[in-house]
Design a protein around this ligand. Sequence first.
Ligand code: FAD
Length: 389
Amino acid sequence: MSAALSASGQGARVTVIEGAPRLGRKILASGNGRCNLANAGEPRYYGEAAWALQVFSACPVTQVLAFFEELGLVAVEEAGGRIYPGCGQAAAVLDVLRAEIERRHIPVICEAPVAKLCQTSSGFRADTPKGSFAASRTIVACGGMAGGKLGHDGKAYQLLTGLGHTLIFPRPALTQIEAEKRAVKGLSGLRLPARLTLCEGKRPVSAAQGEVLFTDYGVSGVCAMQLSRDAEEMLAKGKQPTLYIDFSPMLGIIPRVYDRVPAQDPEKNLPAVRACIEKRRHILPPEGILTGLAPRLLSEKLRGLTAEQTARALAAYPVPITGVRGFEHAQVTSGGIACREFSPATLESSLCPGLYCAGEMLNVDGDCGGFNLQFAFATGILAGKHAAE
Ligand SMILES: Cc1cc2nc3c(=O)[nH]c(=O)nc-3n(C[C@H](O)[C@H](O)[C@H](O)COP(=O)(O)OP(=O)(O)OC[C@H]3O[C@@H](n4cnc5c(N)ncnc54)[C@H](O)[C@@H]3O)c2cc1C
């Protein structure tokens, strides 16, 4: 949609071909229904991240916000640079995009999944069940495989691999973590502030802090999802990742933070947690040492441990990771079409002039916090602008 509006703003005659019954369904599901549409902080991207930074030099967050302001959207910045519609409704983002598409009479052909994209003597031809569409230039922005029915099944990549582009194997990212059952047994449903460190053995790889949610299959919550990408990569390489959960934010030992944090020794806060437990030993009986400090499910899980074992469990509770949940549960795809085959300034293919690509389809994925939609909008704005030149 941003590509179509950007191209039409330059005077191009545009048609949008959409496989689903309606445009922009993923926007409605984003940000827990609030749509975290961009992030004003430091960019946090993976895959071809250096290429993504070049995209943001050509189309910074201010330009994405100006684009939305012109459409009438009021956006507000919250903690961590996260940008949301002021009214707190994802529908507001979709509404302004759709209203402008309608106002400019841009034809939208829905329920027309493109099965094949061919190069012709005059440009491109897209074959769909509703007929074939020809254009001198084309922008492919089919998204990724994440989000269950809101994503595609992988076939959309063939539109570009069929024209010579390379596909980097797609994997689910920003998804829940599956763990050894015994580690999480009895904790399902607990939501606690914690600091998570992903380790290979005891070597810290990455860390995030926020609310961790225990489930019957493992752990969820934004901070766990932030680490799923690294965990998946380690598992794919045959390594055994372990998540160490430090409950220090719950104990009031370290401040509550909701974001990525630097990876450090997973037992760094053990001395402070030990001192906290030691102090309580003088006022509480051993079986009630965590009363008033930790929720009942966690206290019961740790019941019977010595004071030292309790301190260790609260400072670095080990959760061996067995897997990450698939595309159905993921928020974004890591992998995708190789960015190096497209110009980061114009999004035009270097293999196939007149062909452009934008959004999650490309081999770039970002952290939680608005980074993925911002990348989709920025690449769309640039692709539309240059395809129309
Ligand atoms: C539950 C959930 C919550 C999320 N929350 C956030 C958030 O708050 N902030 C954030 O930054 N990111 C979030 N994301 C990620 C973000 O929504 C995506 O990265 C972003 O929508 C990608 O935009 P896109 O235009 O590339 O792809 P999409 O939004 O997926 O759009 C691609 C479109 O192409 C269509 N299509 C696919 N194949 C074909 C075909 N062959 N022919 C024609 N049309 C086709 C699809 O139907 C779809 O309408 C979330 C994702 C999920 C699943």
